[in-house]
Design a protein around this ligand. Structure first.
Ligand SMILES: Cc1ncc(COP(=O)(O)O)c(C=O)c1O
Length: 330
């Protein structure tokens, strides 16, 4: 079964990462000593690659852990979560008995208007941009406006921003309440090494950094990420291949009249269609696993259903299109 529901990098050879781990193993690295924490050389590499101040960065073992720790750093704050979203804000809220409000945001709806009624309690506003599953990035002016008007922290999850045209990192200097979560699990291909970071200019002064520091990722993750950031060509090429194939995939999906294809800024493409569960079942028989939208947590019952499929190499895309074509005109 090929996992077209997997949101990692389908254009990266895992041997690249394995070779880097081998190289680390051949250095005088001593795994019996704790050396990963603080990792100034990784902070410097991230700072140079993404053009952010290294003192604004908190390293975390993946963005799930980062989002969790960041929310814990504001124990009294309610959580306002723009959904559908990655589960972590909801999971943390439920576990810690926190006040939690889900704000459903339909495709194309105005996010500023949707969250406006929830201002006034100093809540943490959590949302992903580009979003999962729609895949669209919120315009930078809108993010700036949201951060300016919001009376609490804004935690923007940019897990897929390496595939998108922009990042909100350049807004951080002007918005001390804005924090961005990034991960090395997607474009950078390090999902099993668990590495990400939260970046914000007041991470230190608000005390949130104290909640992240104890999570400091391990030496293997920090070393591999530093090497990739210093020599990013294979990653950049895999992103380029993804974007090229995304265009191709979008064009071919648009030829199928029963689908409504949503423009994507990520490494997956989401389509709306009727009979989504039959489509998912049929694709599974053809060896392709895709994500059905209505099975996502919090998916409103009255929203149109559809599927999300990862951007994948050519032969698999051919199989996906052939599987979907069987439903066209039915
Ligand atoms: C929007 C979003 N944020 C965060 C994550 C989690 O990533 P990580 O592996 O860094 O915990 C995912 C993974 O599916 C995701 O889709």
């Amino acid at each position: 079964m090929y996992p077209l529901d997997w949101t990692g990098n389908h254009f990266l050879d895992p041997a690249l990462v394995r070779d880097l781990i081998d190289r680390l193993a051949k250095t005088d690295w001593d795994p019996t000593r704790r050396t990963g924490r603080n990792a100034p050389d990784l902070l410097e590499a991230i700072s140079q690659f993404y053009e952010v101040d290294p003192s604004w960065i908190g390293l975390v073992p993946g963005s799930a852990a980062g989002i969790d720790a960041f929310i814990r750093s504001r124990p009294g704050a309610p959580i306002v979560d723009v959904v559908p979203n990655f589960h972590q804000a909801h999971t943390t809220a439920r576990r810690d008995l926190r006040s939690y409000t889900a704000v459903p945001l339909a495709l194309g709806a105005d996010v500023t208007a949707a969250v406006r009624p929830h201002r006034g309690s100093g809540a943490i506003l959590t949302m992903a941009s580009p979003s999962n599953p729609f895949g669209s990035q919120i315009p930078m002016e809108t993010i700036a406006e949201l951060a300016r008007d919001w009376d609490g922290f804004v935690l923007l999850d940019e897990a897929y921003a390496d595939f998108a045209p922009a990042t909100a990192m350049r807004l951080l200097a002007d918005h001390p309440n804005l924090f961005i979560s990034r991960t090395f699990s997607k474009a950078w291909g390090l999902a099993d090494l668990r590495l990400g970071f939260i970046v914000g200019r007041s991470l230190e002064t608000t005390g949130s950094q104290d909640y992240l520091a104890c999570l400091g990722p391990d030496r293997v993750a920090t070393w591999v990420a530093r090497e990739l950031l210093r020599h990013p060509l294979p990653i950049l090429r895999s992103i380029e291949a993804t974007l090229e194939m995304r265009e191709n995939m979008t064009r071919r999906l648009r030829e199928l009249a029963f689908l409504t294809v949503i423009d994507s800024d990520t490494n997956y493409v989401t389509v709306r269609c009727s009979g989504a569960s039959a489509v998912v079942g049929d694709l599974r028989l053809r060896g392709l696993q895709v994500k059905q939208l209505s099975t996502l947590r919090g998916w409103p019952a009255d929203w149109p259903d559809g599927i999300r499929a990862s951007v994948c190499p050519s032969p698999l895309l051919d199989q996906l299109i052939a599987g979907l074509a069987a439903f066209d005109g039915q």
